[in-house]
Design a protein. Structure first.
Length: 177
């Protein structure tokens, strides 16, 4: 679920962003990944079995080899569609957070993130942004239970670290009266 990889640079950050050598937190969902792989393999198996049996079972319709190949290819395409659920990921370091939900990846510096939250009743975490906007984080999911709790805690620690080192404008300095 969550691991820290030292110095990973995938090129997802915009050019000119700082912190090239810092440790990186990588979070991926666990149960959805397992379910997607099992579902994709099962679907491909069923479609392949049906394609093989099309010519041996008398249905009143004549199926050709091209129909059988098309069934297997259709099963393969549907299995790949299911596997897109495994793409969810979060990468975070001291500079910001990269969120990939299905196929869209977005990198945000911590300065744009107001809060890392997991609202009650929500299926996944989210990053609260200015102007009442938010970015869903489908890599941290309710179904992962304790793993999700650990992941959200680790992400909050990184966010809090940024906030501690970059006080908001207009905030009184520590110890100032």
């Amino acid at each position: 679920m969550a691991r820290v990889e030292a110095g990973e640079s995938a090129g997802a950050k915009p050019e000119g962003s700082a912190g090239g050598g810092s440790a990186q937190l990588v979070i991926r969902p666990m149960r959805v990944r397992w379910a997607a792989w099992i579902g994709a393999v099962a679907l491909l198996g069923v479609m392949t079995t049906v394609a093989v049996l099309l010519r041996s079972v008398s249905t009143g319709v004549y199926f050709r080899t091209a129909d059988q190949v098309a069934m297997v290819l259709l099963g393969l395409l549907m299995a790949l569609g299911i596997l897109t659920l495994t793409l969810a990921r979060v990468r975070a370091d001291a500079d910001g957070v990269e969120v990939r939900n299905l196929v869209i990846t977005r990198w945000l510096p911590w300065s744009e993130v107001l809060e890392v939250s997991f609202p009650a009743g929500s299926r996944w975490a989210r990053l609260e942004l200015p102007d009442d906007e938010y970015l869903p984080v489908s890599a941290i999911q309710l179904v992962d239970g304790q793993r999700a709790v650990t992941a959200i805690s680790q992400l909050r620690v990184l966010h809090a670290g940024y906030l501690a080192s970059h006080p908001s404008p207009g905030a009184p300095p520590d110890g100032g009266n």
